[in-house]
Design a protein around this ligand. Sequence first.
Ligand code: PHE
Ligand code: ZN
Length: 867
Amino acid sequence: MVSAAPVRLADYSPWPFALPAIHLAVDIRPGDVLVTSRLDLEPRGGAEALQLRGVDLEICSIKLNGDDVAGDDYSYRDQLLTIHSPPSKPFVLETCCRIDPYNNSSLEGLYVSGGLLSTQCEAEGFRRITFHPDRPDVLSRWTVRIEASRASCPVLLSNGNAISEEELTDGRHAVTWKDPFPKPSYLFALVAGELREIRDLYTTASGRAVTLRLHVEEGDEPYSTHAMESLKRSMAWDEQVYQLEYDLDEYNIVAVRHFNMGAMENKSLNIFNSKLVLADAETATDAELERIESVIAHEYFHNWSGNRITCRDWFQLSLKEGLTVFRDQSFTADLHSAAVKRIEDVAMLRNTQFREDAGPTAHPVKPAEYQAIDNFYTTTIYEKGAELIRMLHTLLGQERFMRGMATYVSRFDGTAATTEDFVQSIVDGAAQDGQPLGFDSERFKRWYHQAGTPELTVQRQWDAVKGELTLELRQSTPPTPGQTEKQPLVLPIAVALVGEKGRIGEEQLLVMDGDQASLTLQGDPGSAAPALSLLRRFSAPVNVQLEQSLQESLQLLAHDDDPFSRWDAGQRLARQVLLARASGEPDATVEAALIQALRQRLNAFDGGGGQDLAVLLALPGTAELEALQNPVDPPALYAARREWIAELGRQLADPLNQLLDVCRGEWPQAWPAGQGGRSLTGLAWSWLAAAGDAEARNQALEAVSGPSMTLARAALRALQPMEVDERDLALDRFYQRWQDKPVILDAWFALEASAPRTDGLQRVQALLEHPRFDPLAPNSLRAVLGGFTANVPVFHAIDGSGYRFMADQIAAVDRRNPITASRMAKVFSRWSSYGVDRQSAMRQAIDQLAAGELSSNTAEVVAMLRT
Ligand code: PHE
Ligand code: ZN
């Protein structure tokens, strides 16, 4: 295993040079690329050697103030170029290097994706392009000249504005770009190739005309409208809500097929995974359309939260990511249903981030050290980071929070900041009204350094005479790797009482910042104890320990005015049902009560706003069930879920069939309209089909050939877990229809790989050799291998064959693409929670992986799994 010394937050020191300007000349040739870089360097303070990063660069020349640097005046080893004694006055360093993007499968730096040359520099990819400090606190003004053959690369893009175009001999041409805003190297981008352009115009609030250009492969032009409209909505929203306007004359988005992540916010030249650009109702589901809208928004919002104000170092990653996720969540909530958005985000947080926080890769929102920063693009940095911003917003309210944001922007625009800078700005801006802050901001900052999900334990006492409910609350955070001692955190806890006619009295916000707190809520004297609506809107990212009776959950489900708490009550009951079934002892009382409550909801539904009902009916995710099971038995949980779905289908057949009648009218409505009806349809098909309803299976099969991708995919999901002819027919029809569209075919690969068949493993092997499978595309890899790990009976086979297979695949991917491999290795993070047999089988697979030669990225993850 490659093992590098870890990088520590505590070791931060500024770079000893300033780099105000960079001139790049990129010469694209058929077999390689020459990169000439001119760095204007200014020593700051003492005489120090100049150290620049460089990975896989072949040096052609190095010149200092125009003269060749002699061989013993520099060294290049261990990815570091050292100029031993640079001048003490400002100087110019010019390097020329040869790089080979045509054989770069890591998808970092400059690489080829389907004939297109494109870059990915976050976090540390720029060092694969040329020598550079490659750290986010070194900001420069960039000029970039790109030269290539016009035939193969008619389009040449980089950041900022195109300032000149040249026609050269031999069919070559060049374009020069200049970005007026100083930026770090991770925001550099370059794209060269043959692309079709879709153009639009946006006029900002202050009247700046911005040309919007979307660049896609030939033939994909018709699928660009949704992304373009989403971009315009994002630009308008940031003006209205944050008073932040776009700052350049053009904004470019390029879609590429081979991309490790979702998308990248390079200044004025966003590069997107093509699955997050290309979409319409026939080719993408409603959920995908919403996701595309939110990612377009996310990258656009980075222009202020990330680009204009960037991160001092990578430990501050959540400074831009947590904040930008919070901003994109708010955007989606404003444009669509705020309640549904919050519920979906909490479900995702509980099923991904809480799991991470409870396992061997747990880390704080601001980690203290890392080996490979790529391993820290996690749900903790992103989603938990967003929860921290949301808590600040809850604690301060909209107006004070926005004043804080304005303070942050005015203090730090054009600089590289820290999360402390951010919190202090928010607090200072909020306090401009002279009112007390309402919480201890120093204690709040602990959230950034402390890993693990806090447990909130609540006990209560009802005084019927006075009508008072007294709560005793305690918080504690379980130990996480390397962090055994935990401190109390600031928890904003929104609570209310709920009686048979709805909420009693006002909601209260308890701000807890010690181990214990108590609170008294006023109810109706002389009445029975009211239900407790706790942690409304999920006001803090914690696990709650509170005894709640069936009666109380039903009361909340029926009468709580907070949609999140209502949903949560239903989820609690569903979790009880599923866990009881998984343990082999179904709870008939809870099952009957839950079915009765769902029946009422279904009967009351008469169309419109169906998304609320759809989330209410959705079953809890596997990860949150596993967190409540000890030892975890994935096949038992999987079987329990399938049986419960079948039971729901049998018991609720009549209302579900009526539901289908009501929803059919909404099928043709264009997103975002009609999505409720389509969601409910999918749910009804899935439940009815599981109960053996042939008519539902038929309807589903037909939808696979219909005009709505949402319905087609819902149909496939309904049929896929079952051994029925319609399943194979449906999968086959889908394949036949979409075999030429890789982005869509990935959904087919995922469904095939996760189909619980007895010969599942052989089938997955065959998929990896399928002619349409592209082993260099992370999307395809995730579809097949991610689909496989979701194939519970096959992946978790008790003989360990699924685990061994996965370990082999991860090792193979690691040789080509360490970033994607190390992300995949995290599928083994739950090993110690399983029963003995699975535990030792999974542990063996991890050891097998560790024994091979691994990239430092994957080695770091594997080492975390083994401690
Ligand atoms: N910064 C990107 C985003 O959150 C994510 C990303 C990270 C993309 C690293 C590529 C590489 O929008
Ligand atoms: Zn981001």
